[in-house]
Design a binder for this molecule. Structure first.
Ligand code: ADP
Ligand code: MG
Length: 416
């Protein structure tokens, strides 16, 4: 078969294969469902807190906490969408500005985005942050509105750049007489409070809401609703749905994870041509997702962390499954030399090992050596082939994968 024929076959098969999905888009994270099971209480609370804006009053600032995938963004967008249409109907003078702080990486761009909500365009660069803020405030004052600002993933902003922007925004009302600002801060990190100045915290948390993780039963209801729209009738088995819910509940009650499992399981079934999703496809999906997570983590390591992984890879390949820091350094120094790079000290390497341990790529365990004291044994926690695949595609390290370090061939080693 020629390559063209083969591609034709693939395209035809995939285009004609409508057996599994009806509408895969429904499983995307940013799809906003029409109902949000098990979040009635939060929808009600948020609705009540911001409803005064419909009568022209400034709603209390709100701080929303909860781990990822607990529905914070979905609930907030849901409530605001309804509020927006109600405000139009009543002619209430309210505007909204939704900012995802992880996507918008600078205070300048946050203020620029606030300006844009007020119909004010701000150049991409050229102004100081202070100037953009002044323009925002002047325009806001003359607009005579209540502006609701949603700062989603505010924990990212605070950890990256401190709470200066939050401070400005919590204080801006003091300088306004015709307009008002309300803030909705959303955080995936439950410790956000520890990073905030007490004045910012007390102002921002006039109201607080906590989103607890979903349990397996709740996740199942959430998934069932989405799956009904996403999959063809009969294409998803009940045990598969239960398994997705159970796996995501075991993680940390993350609806996002549950949706990923469902989508990838559907794709596995599609590729395999089984036509429907059963438990096997979910387990396969779990492996896919986990492998992707590892690949991403490996790809994003800094050069020297990659070199440490490479060293552990070589040790593992030579059947040294539990190495001590000294073994790693010996290989590491040699590969650094091969690559023409200056090696870091043993102490730095040891701290990189600890970071890689925290990421789950290595495991470093302290073991007792009896009367010889204690030592740290380091082991590869992920499949060796994944390390090989990822490092091989790194142009700086590729050729070091097949290189056999001399220190590993020159003397016979214990297998630990
Ligand atoms: P968070 O912002 O807390 O990380 P999201 O609101 O982004 O979580 O939710 C993650 C995904 O799960 C989204 O696709 C969202 O639509 C879905 N989701 C979360 N909670 C519910 C729910 N109660 N009902 C339906 N879908 C939900
Ligand atoms: Mg979110």
């Amino acid at each position: 078969m020629t390559d063209t024929n083969m591609l034709d076959d693939i395209f035809t098969r995939i285009v004609n294969n409508t057996e599994v999905f009806r509408d895969r888009e429904v499983l995307r994270h940013d799809y906003l469902p029409e109902s949000l099971p098990h979040r009635q209480e939060q929808i009600g609370q948020l609705g009540e807190t911001i409803a005064p804006v419909l009568k022209g009053a400034r709603p209390s600032n709100i701080l929303i906490y909860g781990k990822t995938g607990t529905g914070k963004t979905a609930v907030t967008k849901f409530v605001l969408a309804h509020l927006e249409s109600k405000a139009k109907e009543l002619g209430a003078r309210v505007r909204f500005c939704y900012v995802n702080c992880r996507m918008i990486g600078s205070d300048y761009r946050v203020f620029a985005s606030l300006c844009q909500t007020l119909g004010l365009s701000v150049p991409f660069t050229g102004l100081s942050v202070g100037e953009v803020f002044d323009r925002f405030r002047t325009s806001l004052e003359s607009s005579r509105i209540v502006l609701i600002i949603i700062l989603d993933e505010a924990d990212v902003l605070v950890k990256d750049r401190g709470d200066g922007l939050l401070y400005e925004l919590t204080r801006v009302n003091e300088t306004l007489s015709n307009s008002k600002v309300s803030l909705i801060g959303i955080s995936n990190d439950l410790r956000l409070k520890e990073f905030l100045d007490p004045r910012v915290l007390s102002s921002l948390s006039e109201e607080e809401m906590v989103f607890r993780p979903y349990d397996a039963g709740e996740l199942k209801n959430i998934l069932a609703e989405r799956a009904g729209l996403a999959f063809q009738q009969g294409a998803l088995s009940e045990p598969a749905l239960s398994l997705c819910s159970a796996l995501a509940a075991a993680e940390h009650g993350d609806a996002r994870r549950a949706l990923d499992l469902l989508r990838v399981a559907g794709e596995v079934a599609e590729r395999a041509g089984t036509g429907s999703v059963a438990e096997d496809q979910v387990r396969e999906a779990e492996k896919h997702i986990e492998r992707n997570r590892i690949v991403e983590a490996l790809k994003n390591l800094t050069l020297h962390s990659k070199l440490v992984m490479l060293s552990v890879y070589h040790l593992n390949k030579s059947a040294v499954y539990r190495a001590v820091t000294g073994d790693i350094c010996e290989v590491y120094n040699e590969v650094c030399g091969e690559a023409g790079l200056a090696a870091l000290t043993q102490r730095r390497v040891s701290s990189l090992v600890n970071e890689l341990d925290a990421m789950g790529l290595l495991s470093a365990k302290i073991v007792s050596m009896g009367r010889y004291g204690r030592t740290k044994k380091i082991r590869l926690e992920i499949a060796r082939t994944v390390v090989k695949d990822v490092l091989e595609s790194d142009i700086r390290l590729g050729r070091l994968i097949d290189y056999t370090p001399k220190c590993l061939t020159s003397h016979v080693r214990g297998t630990g």
